[in-house]
Structure formats: C-alpha cells, structure tokens
Design a protein around this ligand. Structure first.
Ligand code: FMN
Ligand code: SF4
Length: 391
C-alpha cells in the first residue's frame, strides 16, 4: 500500500477533508457567557485560513455540570445560531469543523458551575477543592443521552464532525480507569464494565446522527497514573469501539487532567502561571507550594505518543489520528508511513495558525512553538500562545 500524502484530500467517514491535518482541541476560553463570541469565531477562522483540513471547537460540554468552568460552552438550543456563524466562517475558508463534545466529570469545576462534579466514585478535586459526587445510574443514562443530543445540535450548528471526549480522566475516561472507578455495579470492576460507558456513548451518538456527520473519539492510550488505565486495556477498548461501528476514527491521547496533567503535553510545567490563574487564594497557594511535586514533568520529544500509539495501530484497522508533538512535515510523513490516516496538532497551531500553509509552501518549515506550555493556564481566561498574544 502506498503512503498517503498528508497534504492531499482524504475521506473521514461520510466527509472529505482537504488534507489529513486536524487542529486538535484547545479549550478556547473565549465564551464568557457560555455563548459563541466573535473572538471564538475569529480564532477558528484563522486556523481554517491557515490551511488545516479540519479545526475542532473545544470544548462543548453536553450538560451544565460537565463544564470545567462556568463560562464554557455547553450544548443547548441558545448556542446554535452562534455555532452556525462559526461553522459558516470556517467553511468559507475551505476547512471542515468538528465540535469536541464531552462531560468533564471529576475535572468539572463544581464551585464555578454551582453544581456538583460527577465521577464514577466519590473523590477529591484539588482544582475546585470540592468532593465529587458518585454518578447514579440515572446520571449515566442522562449524560449518555446528552451526548446524542449535543451531536444533533452540532448538526443544526453546521458542524461536519463531532469528537467525543474519552480522554484525560474526564467523565467517560474516569470510568475506564481502575484508579478512579471503584464502582461495584455494571459500570465498575471488569474492563468490560468500565468500558460500558464509552461504548454506550459512541453507540448513542451514532444512532442519533447516522452518517450525517463524521464521529471521532479522543481516547486515552494511558493515563500516566500507576494503577490506572494503561495501553493493554486501551487496545481492548479500541477493538470493542471498532467492532461496535459507532466511530469513523479514533484520536489517540494520554494523561489525566486530574492526576497527571503534564503527561498530556510533555515539556515545561508552568507552575507559576497556573498558580496565578487560580481564582481561589487557597488553591493558588496550594499550587505554588506543591505544584512541582503534583505537576510532574516529562521531557518533550517530537511525536511523543508514537511509540504507544503504534500498539493501537497494530491492533485495529479503523482510521487513527496521531497526536502529540506533530509540528512539521517530517513528523506528518512519519505518521503516514506508520499507518495513521490523520495527524492532529494543538500547540504548534496556537503558536502559528498559518503553519500548514507555510509547510505546504516549503516543507522544511519548522514550528516556532517551544513547548513552554504557558498557553495551558490561559484556558482560564482566553487560550492563546503567550509568545504571540499577551492580551
Ligand atoms: C491551551 C490548551 C488547551 C487544551 N484544551 C483541550 C481540550 O479542551 N480538550 C482536549 O481534548 N485537549 C485539550 N488540549 C490538549 C491538546 O488537544 C493536545 O492533546 C495536546 O496539546 C498535545 O498535542 P500537541 O503536542 O500538538 O500540542 C489542550 C491543549 C492546550 C495547549
Ligand atoms: S505558549 Fe506558545 S510557544 Fe509556549 S507551548 Fe504554548 S503555543 Fe507553544
């Protein structure tokens, strides 16, 4: 089989992208009233004009208690007209647009939301300094249905795809991990039980939208947490999701926003900037004091997920998106040669939204992102690369 050209058009389920490059979700924090703003539209217009095949709007909570903070978009009829303006603007630049839908579960900020954070089991969230509530079977049913409703709203809003968030120890991902899931009912215990929620959610979304839009899911390969979800289990979950037929592609990710945040990113831990961004003095002080221990760091490497992602590649035939340290044409070509159908990029496109056009013009183009990760704490105000936009 010939290696695909990453810059040539490609099919993703029922849609065709102009190339195989997806802007990965970066919670934009540009929705102060949980509604679409011109600022948010402009952000995605720039990424689309910069040459990606598809941009991803993040993060669109499926329920109000599933937000990581109060101002975050959550999918309800009021949001549709704004989403329509956003998707029109992206389409006018020739790109497709996906909505990342999900529920933050234990990562949700209960204080900011004014609603309890839901998790598989009761636990303490150091970010909100609150205890999470164990989800009832009724909560699980409601949240699963809310994903299907959110996907239907995404269609009304003009999206080409949805990406279901099954990573980072958000609601679904926290069910997958033994470390965070201590349930004794049909959603806890065996891997089959812990994976029930991701399978039911993918199925519910597919049943709701058919093949009107593409459906992706962002799935952890591992949480980077001892005793948590690891690649052996991820292989089995990916195989089940493939067999269930609910998804058009899997985007592979890693880490836990709750228990090991830097594992997602690699590179420097912006402890000082994180502490500054915290709205509660106590949390701020805590992050300053124990930040370095809690926020463990890992050296940055190009294509830092490739080695683990290869194991999923070997186990399933369905389209896979390689993420993590993709910043140049050489990395994209490696991903294609290794059998991944798409690549996703986050920080490199925050740094330079026009990077893809520049790579297409000259494949020796190097990204200017230095993996300082100082964009991470900007999600609490307005996500941006601090080297280009100090607003
Ligand atoms: C500022 C910022 C915000 C992010 N927000 C999200 C998010 O809302 N949802 C998500 O799944 N991942 C989020 N991520 C993680 C990225 O999608 C991606 O997984 C990670 O940055 C690794 O990719 P990269 O090496 O191309 O940057 C965010 C990353 C950054 C830098
Ligand atoms: S702040 Fe800018 S340079 Fe630093 S990691 Fe984020 S995008 Fe890259």
């Amino acid at each position: 089989m010939t290696t695909p050209d990453v810059l040539a058009p490609a099919e993703l389920g029922p849609i065709t992208l102009r190339n195989r490059i997806i802007k990965s979700a970066t919670f934009e924090g540009r929705t102060p009233n949980a509604l679409v703003t011109e600022d948010l539209i402009d952000f995605h217009r720039q990424v689309a004009a910069g040459g990606v095949g598809m941009t991803t709007v993040a993060y669109c909570a499926v329920a109000p208690e599933g937000r990581t903070e109060y101002g975050q978009l959550w999918m309800r009829p009021d949001v549709v007209p704004g989403l329509r303006r956003l998707t029109d603007a992206v389409h006018a630049e020739g790109a497709a647009v996906s909505a990342q839908i999900g529920h933050a579960g234990p990562v949700a900020n209960a204080k900011s939301n004014g609603l309890p954070a839901l998790a598989p089991s009761t636990s303490f969230n150091p970010m909100s300094m609150k205890v999470t509530k164990a989800a009832t079977l009724g909560d699980i049913e409601r949240i699963t249905a809310a994903h299907a409703d959110a996907a239907k709203l995404a269609i009304e809003g003009g999206f080409d795809a949805v990406e279901i968030h099954f990573g980072h120890n958000y609601f679904a991902s926290s069910f997958l991990s033994r470390k965070t899931n201590h349930r004794t009912d049909s959603y806890g215990g065996s891997l089959e039980n812990r994976a029930r929620i991701v399978r039911e959610t993918a199925r519910a979304v597919r049943e709701a939208v058919g093949d009107r839009i593409a459906i992706l899911a962002k799935l952890n390969i591992d949480d980077g947490v001892p005793g948590g979800f690891w690649v052996d289990e991820a292989i089995q979950v990916a195989q089940w999701l493939e067999a269930d037929g609910g998804l058009d592609a899997l985007e592979l990710t890693m880490g836990s926003s709750l228990l090991n945040p830097m594992y997602l990113f690699r590179g420097d831990a912006p402890v000082h900037e994180f502490a500054k961004a915290m709205d509660q003095p106590l949390v701020r002080m805590g992050v300053k004091m124990i930040g370095k221990q809690f926020i463990r760091t890992y050296p940055y490497e190009p294509l830092f997920m490739l080695e683990s992602a290869r194991q999923i590649r070997a186990a399933v035939a369905m389209p896979l998106v390689l993420l993590g340290g993709v910043t140049d044409k050489a990395g994209m070509d490696t991903a294609m040669a290794e059998g991944f159908e798409f690549v996703a990029m986050a920080r490199a496109l925050l740094r330079e939204p026009d990077l893809i056009n520049r790579i297409a013009a000259d494949e020796r183009t190097r990204s200017l992102c230095i993996h300082c990760n100082k964009c991470m704490p900007t999600i609490f105000t307005r996500a941006r690369c601090v080297l280009v936009d100090r607003a």
